[in-house]
Design a protein around this ligand. Structure first.
Ligand SMILES: *Cc1c(COP(=O)(O)O)cnc(C)c1O
Length: 396
């Protein structure tokens, strides 16, 4: 592996501090490195592999689409995209979809749609978007502009104007920013990268009410917390509210790079031909993946499984919180969970990796748990066993 790693470090831009492992293949909830060492994967390629690695039915659907037609351009219609759009609108309660290649592009599109909606309604541009502190929406110039972590933004300014930041779960901080220019409020239903913070019920209900009162669009970023991870297809369904625009990516293609933003009919109508476009977005290979992923969610009862297994994971993580006083708390919803530590967690992550367990951080002192949604109790036990063992060697 050392030789591969040296080559990678010589050839690739230094934008990541990677784990010193070269991954080779995956199977179910396990990945293997090029030496054949096996890892239990509670990161799932950052909440991507909801169905685990190498799901036979998904692989077969992709293979047959590759043989049939990979790409068409959006000058034409294609059947997998229509099928995928049917399933996504049905699952989300939205009416119209635009497929993208990534989460970042879904955010870009959602922001453009909100601005166009405002432009049509008010006959002028120069609108504002309220975003949240600690939020993460992607790395392009537009997505960065509404990303709440200053260190990601600072070196790249000036970004797009008209983005202001409120405090997550603090309704008054949002109210204070609303004015006649506000076109949208954008937030993650459960904040991911920022440290696994679910929205409080009062907050998200309050935001919906504010949006209704002032004619503002609510954009919910479900890129990480959507697609069944919380135990509902989309996290907002757990709260019983409906946004005007949603963004999806990560698990929606289970490894095929694809994202989407979707909106209600009224909002989507703001876009006219020529307002937005993409070469690859919604190509038949990507949307064949989306379509099959929705099928498998239904046939394999993924949501019921998440609702059954998540309380078990919570209970096991809570036991760790009780056992170690350097763990502050557990937060999360369903199979997106975080443990906040008093200490940096980098060393813990490296230790568990050596012991054959993949865990990611979400900030300096938070361990994030975003396993494949198909994990069983045994996998939770194995994960907690390794983590507990490593924690017991940490000097406080
Ligand atoms: C990952 C993520 C994004 C960005 O998605 P990419 O596919 O990496 O472009 C945006 N928002 C949230 C909440 C994410 O977790």
């Amino acid at each position: 592996m050392k030789q591969y790693i040296d080559e990678a470090e010589a050839l690739l831009m230094h934008t990541y501090n990677r784990y010193q492992i070269v991954l080779d293949r995956g199977d179910g909830v396990y990945v293997y490195d090029t030496n054949g060492k096996k890892y239990l994967d509670f990161g799932a390629g950052i909440a991507v592999f909801a169905l685990g690695y190498g799901h036979k039915e998904l692989s077969n659907a992709l293979k047959s689409q590759i043989d049939k037609l990979i790409h068409t351009s959006n000058y034409f219609y294609n059947v997998p995209t229509i099928e995928a759009a049917k399933k996504l609108t049905k699952a989300s309660g939205m009416d119209r979809v635009f497929f993208t290649n990534s989460g970042t592009e879904a955010i870009e599109g959602a922001v453009k749609l909100a601005r166009k909606y405002y432009y049509k309604k008010h006959g002028k541009a120069d609108s504002e978007i309220i975003s949240m502190g600690r939020s993460f929406h992607g790395r392009s110039m537009g997505a960065l502009s509404i990303t709440g972590t200053k260190k990601y933004r600072e070196a790249f300014e000036p970004l797009i104007g008209g983005a202001v930041f409120a405090e997550y779960n603090d309704l008054n901080s949002v109210k204070a920013l609303i004015n006649s220019k506000t076109c949208a409020i954008v937030m993650e239903t459960v904040q991911g990268e920022g440290g696994i913070y679910p929205a409080s019920k009062e907050f998200i209900e309050g935001i919906r009410a504010l949006c209704d009162e002032h004619g503002i669009l609510l954009i919910l970023d479900e890129i990480q917390c959507g697609m069944g991870r919380t135990g509902a297809m989309f996290a907002y369904q757990k709260y019983g509210i409906k946004p005007d625009i949603i963004t999806c990516a990560k698990a929606i293609g289970c490894g095929i790079p694809v994202g989407a933003f979707a909106a209600t009919e009224e909002v989507a109508a703001a876009f006219e031909a020529g307002d937005h476009g993409t070469t690859y977005g919604g190509n038949p290979l990507a949307t064949a993946a989306v379509s099959k992923v929705f099928d498998i969610f239904e046939s394999d009862n993924i949501l019921a499984h998440v609702n059954e297994i998540a309380p078990y994971l919570e209970q096991k993580l809570d036991a760790l919180v009780n056992k170690y006083d350097f763990i502050l708390e557990r937060r999360g919803m369903g199979l997106i969970q975080g443990l906040e530590f008093k200490i940096p967690v980098k060393e813990i992550i490296e230790k568990v990796l050596n012991a054959g367990l993949v865990l990611f951080t979400a900030g300096n002192n938070i361990i994030r748990f975003v396993p494949p949604l198909i994990i069983e109790k045994q996998h939770v036990d194995d994960m907690v066993g390794i983590l507990d063992q490593c924690l017991s060697t940490i000097s406080k």
